[in-house]
Design a protein around this ligand. Structure first.
Ligand SMILES: [Zn+2]
Length: 316
């Protein structure tokens, strides 16, 4: 008799019991390079370690890196940061939204089958030339629109999800189309409970978010500290409203510090520790410890966990 299949969180240094993940920043970027952000590239391992160390000092034990293929992800760097800081780091395979890829990008000529094979390979064999495996599949959509490349990536992500069980992490542009993207993935065979929608707080509409949560998908807010767009009080009010509608168990929060100019290690701010050093304590103070624990500990342990469906891919 074989033991029942066990849910795991797949980190760059191996699979862990979801209960070990601990307080988690659900959306960051430790390395990134994109033509959309000229001059705001970050690729330095030592600075990534320094920045990540501040996140650990602020109380985080897990971090999900959302940099996918073609954007300077650095699998070796993610492993180095995890080793140096002890953070459980989950990496992403998949693709970002269309605008991040130049007209001549290899991704534009890749078939669904080729992309699916590439994504699944990164989840089961390792990323680039390392043995570090990705733990989530990223896809992206545009502002109220899905391009050909994005549609192809959604199909490939669904196939890679079927082959591996890994969650599908979706970039929404300004928080648009949440429910439609969940339905698109459902149509491709991905259950909503395996779908995490990022950036929904760019459209802080609690009623719309409650409708998305009704499907079983995860709602991720990652705008704390973006003071030039809105105050943190907007996000706290949104969280309070969504929780009052019964969906506190579907919320995730990350910092999405996706620019060198947002990291102190590169001379910027507010720093990658903003979510844990500033936002979480305020959330606990204003909305209660229970909701804070749900959002930063219980929910990530469920959202990023999966039962591997590949036979070969398990670590001992
Ligand atoms: Zn991001």
């Amino acid at each position: 008799m074989t033991a029942p299949p066990q849910a795991i969180v797949r980190t760059v240094r191996g699979d862990i019991d979801p209960a070990e993940l601990g307080p988690t920043d659900a959306h960051e970027h430790l390395f990134l390079e994109t033509p959309l952000q000229p001059g705001d590239t970050f690729q330095d391992v030592d600075r990534a370690i320094a920045e990540a160390a501040t996140v650990v000092a602020a109380g985080a034990r897990g971090l999900v890196d959302w940099t996918p293929l073609g954007l300077g992800r650095r699998a070796d760097g993610l492993v180095a940061v995890s080793e140096a800081t002890g953070l459980h780091i989950v990496a992403a395979t998949g693709l970002h939204r269309d605008a991040h890829y130049p007209p001549d990008s290899w991704a534009r000529s890749a078939s669904v089958a080729l992309l699916a094979q590439r994504f699944a390979g990164e989840l089961t064999q390792g990323m680039d030339t390392t043995q570090a495996r990705a733990g989530v599949i990223k896809v992206g959509a545009g502002y109220h629109a899905v391009s050909l490349l994005e549609a192809t990536a959604f199909e490939a992500a669904a196939a890679a999800h079927a082959a591996t069980g890994a969650p599908v992490c979706v970039h929404t542009q300004h928080g648009t189309m949440g429910e439609r993207l969940v339905e698109r993935l459902r149509g491709l065979g991905v259950a909503p409970a395996a779908v995490i929608l990022a950036h929904l707080d760019r459209n802080p509409d609690a009623g719309e978010h409650a409708a998305i949560a009704e499907t079983g998908a995860w709602l991720q807010y990652d705008g704390p500290g973006r003071t030039k767009y809105w105050p943190d009080s907007t996000i706290l009010a949104l969280i309070a409203d969504v929780a009052a509608r019964g969906h506190g168990g579907r919320l995730l929060v990350g910092g999405d510090v996706g620019r060198a100019s947002m990291m102190r290690a590169y001379g910027g701010g507010p720093g990658m520790d903003y979510v844990f050093a500033r936002f979480r304590p305020r959330l606990a103070r204003e909305l209660g410890d229970d909701l804070a624990s749900a959002i930063f500990e219980d929910n990530p342990a469920r959202a990023f966990a999966f039962v591997p469906t590949d036979d070969e891919g398990r670590t001992a």
